[in-house]
Design a protein around this ligand. Structure first.
Ligand SMILES: C[S@@+](CC[C@H](N)C(=O)[O-])C[C@H]1O[C@@H](n2cnc3c(N)ncnc32)[C@H](O)[C@@H]1O
Length: 211
């Protein structure tokens, strides 16, 4: 079951709320929900089909008393449900594409404003971005330095305070639980994980705090 609206009464019983915007298959949300039973984990994506399996797993597990703290919401970052406004101690955006990526990089300013609107006072926004020139970015940058500069200006302009911005380590990329990153990164035998497309796709980690 995918819930399209989250009421504040659902949020109330939890110590903190994390919203993963552009969650894709939602596996990172399920993993975090299992690790953090006192937190509410919300996966949000414009594409319902991508989250369907994780949503079904969460519903099945909840009937058995587990993963009752994971929810999936179908919405576009450009038009977020009002019920989510200001509830998240952490908003994550991991390896976005399309309008979500472009919104993180200064295009379509209402996307960045929407992401910022989710964050509770004192909460954080964490971006893992890895655009490449071949992604058909329609004018937004792909070089890490430019990505950092543009994302910093975008969210700084929307009122957030920059905490850090740098290239992400492979460990950080893996720890994010991103399924998409696992497609971009290749397992190279005994040497562990390495970025197959490192020359064209270097992930950056950018963290902000809401004042
Ligand atoms: C490359 S996938 C990454 C999925 C997941 N974060 C991961 O790392 O495995 C990008 C996701 O962003 C979602 N997306 C793109 N634009 C969006 C928007 N405007 N609002 C919500 N989701 C969006 C897509 O539907 C897709 O699931």
């Amino acid at each position: 079951m995918i819930r399209s609206v989250v009421g504040r009464e659902i949020v109330a019983g939890h110590e903190r709320v994390t919203i993963d915007v552009g969650t894709g298959d939602g596996r990172a949300v399920l993993a975090l929900a299992a690790r953090e039973p006192m937190a509410l984990l919300i996966g949000l994506d414009a594409n319902a089909a991508s989250m369907a399996e994780s949503s079904r797993r969460a519903a099945r597990a909840a009937r058995n008393g587990a993963l009752g703290n994971a929810l999936f919401v179908v919405a576009s970052a450009a038009d977020l449900p009002a019920e989510l406004r200001g509830i998240a101690s952490l908003v994550t955006v991991r390896f976005p594409w399309g309008s979500l990526l472009r919104g993180c990089l200064g295009a379509d300013t209402w996307v960045a404003a929407g992401l910022v609107s989710l964050i509770a006072r004192g909460g954080s926004l964490e971006l893992l971005l890895a655009p490449a020139h071949r992604d058909n970015l329609l004018g937004v940058p792909a070089e890490p330095d430019e990505v950092v500069a543009v994302a910093t200006a975008t969210f700084g302009g929307a009122g957030l305070v920059l905490l850090e911005a740098r290239e992400a380590t492979t460990g950080e990329v893996l720890a994010s639980g991103s399924s998409w990153a696992r497609r971009l990164l290749g397992r190279t035998g005994r040497t562990g994980w390495a970025c197959r497309a490192s020359a064209e796709r270097r992930p950056v980690l950018i963290r902000f705090r809401s004042p």
